[in-house]
Structure formats: structure tokens, C-alpha cells
Write a protein that binds this ligand. Structure first.
Ligand code: ZN
Length: 271
């Protein structure tokens, strides 16, 4: 599933090709995504200039003067830049045609993605409005996390993955950041010390920045018809390593399930 770093990598990959260009056409081959695509979509944006491609949590925001297209990649979606000679494959559901050499093509086998139009203030959109801060923004800091944590007795791992607290901390990143912070995933959020909040914020920022940086090396893959752009192998210390030796103390890492998500941690290093 595309996580925040993949979505940010997608944004950086597609933006230079399409920003500032006028949209010539919208082709909807299959509107049955997570929510049906508005078949009138073309009438809102055809001929309009794309001003910017932004990101909020895992939503890409394609900004036009008269509104915004919210694009979510869902479980299996990807966006790439193709030209008019590119073969249309199964699951290529939507094209945003800028010119014959520049078509933004959405491929989504499982159709959990979405493409929605919002003519109003995007910050007030119900999908966006209640989201917590961006993990790499200054608003996500130790003071914020400590204050919010006082009100929750949930296990810290479940809590930190809640998009109302902070967006974009998916399962892999939660596992990795808690290991690097030496915090036990089952520790209750309201039992975190200020110091631990400080370390956890730093480690979340670090693991996500690192993943985005790694994604940067795949940017060229966004152009062309082949391949799965932007989803990259990462060097992970705990995730996927249950039973293997802890990189710090060499004891076997424990693997369990917490809220149906695989949780891997070191019972000796994480308190
Ligand atoms: Zn250890």
C-alpha cells in the first residue's frame, strides 16, 4: 500500500511534468473507485490551468483556480506520466490529458483509490478537515505530542498511527520509530514522558524523511508505461524481522499482533 513517502515521491515525480499546463481532457474508463468518480469532472476542469500539486496526508491535491481534485492512491494505485502512444492497460482507469506527450494516467487494480472534486475551501473538506498535523511540519513537535498523549490510554503504537494525532505514520514507520526511540509499542500513550515524546517525534521525522529521500532515486520511473513507480525497498531494523536478532542487543525480536497490525519489537531494548 502506498504510504506517505510514496505519495510524496509521486507528487515530486509528477508535479514538474504537469504544473502550469492546461488540462485538455479527462478520460474516465472506469468510474467505480472507492467513491464513484463524478462523470461531470471534465466540465469543471477542462481547459483550466493546473496551478500546483500539493499533498495532505496521503491525498494529492491538484489545485486549479476554481477548485481542487483530491486524489488518493488507495491500496494499489499509482500515477505516471505517459504519452498518447502508450498502450492502455487493464486497470488504467483515468487519464488527465495535458497534451499528447503528457498524460497523467491512474492505474489501480483494487480500485480503493479516489478522485474527487471540491470547488470549495479544501481545508474544510470532510476528508481533510479532521486530520492531525503533517509529521514533517513544525506543528508536530514534542509539546504537541505530550499534550495530546495525556488524554489517551491506548497503546502508543496504535495511538501514533491515528491520523487525528499525526498523519502518515503507517505500520512500518510506527514499528521502526518506536524501536529507534526505545519505546515499547504497548506502553500507554499517557505514560510517555516528555523526553520520550521528544525522541519519538524526532525518530518519526527521521524515518519518514529517510524514506522520502530513498524514494527520490526512483523519480525517473514516473515517466513511461512500465514498472511500479515510487514504491521502494527500505532498510528496516524491525519490520519484517520478527524472530531475527535485534540490531542493538542481538536477542530475537518479538512479533505480535496489535489491532490486527503486525508489531515487531525488542523486549529488551524497548521499555
Ligand atoms: Zn534489542
Amino acid at each position: 500500500m502506498p504510504e506517505l513517502p510514496e505519495v510524496e515521491t509521486t507528487r515530486r515525480g509528477i508535479a514538474p511534468h504537469i504544473c502550469g499546463k492546461h488540462l485538455r481532457d479527462v478520460i474516465i474508463r472506469d468510474a467505480r473507485l472507492r467513491w464513484p468518480v463524478d462523470l461531470e469532472l471534465a466540465s469543471f476542469i477542462k481547459g483550466k490551468k493546473l496551478i500546483a500539486v500539493e499533498r495532505r496526508a496521503k491525498y494529492l491535491l491538484l489545485r486549479f483556480h476554481n477548485g481542487t481534485v483530491l486524489w488518493h492512491l488507495g491500496m494499489s494505485g499509482n500515477l505516471r506520466i505517459v504519452d498518447s502512444r502508450s498502450e492502455i492497460k487493464k486497470h488504467d482507469h483515468i487519464d488527465f490529458v495535458f497534451n499528447k506527450n503528457c498524460i497523467l494516467r491512474f492505474h489501480d487494480p483494487r480500485r480503493f483509490g479516489c478522485v474527487l472534486w471540491d470547488a470549495g475551501d479544501i481545508a474544510e473538506n470532510p476528508l481533510i478537515k479532521h486530520l492531525g498535523p503533517e509529521p514533517l511540519a513544525d506543528a508536530f513537535n514534542a509539546d504537541y505530542l505530550f499534550t495530546r498523549s495525556r488524554r489517551s490510554s491506548k497503546p502508543v503504537k496504535t495511538w501514533i498511527m491515528d491520523g487525528k494525532i499525526v498523519v502518515g505514520v503507517g505500520n512500518i514507520y510506527a514499528n521502526e520509530a518506536l524501536f529507534s526511540s526505545a519505546i515499547h509499542p504497548l506502553r500507554k500513550a499517557n505514560k510517555l514522558s516528555k523526553k520520550q515524546c521528544d525522541i519519538l517525534v524526532d525518530e518519526i521525522k527521521k524515518v519518514l524523511s529517510h524514506a522520502i529521500k530513498q524514494g527520490g532515486t526512483t523519480l525517473r520511473d514516473f515517466v513511461g508505461g512500465d514498472g511500479k513507480p515510487g514504491y521502494f525497498a527500505q532498510s528496516l531494523k524491525v519490520y519484517g524481522r520478527g524472530g531475527q536478532a535485534c540490531v542493538t542487543c542481538h536477542k530475537p525480536l518479538k512479533e505480535s499482533h496489535l489491532g490486527q497490525r503486525t508489531t515487531v519489537y525488542c523486549t529488551s531494548c524497548q521499555k
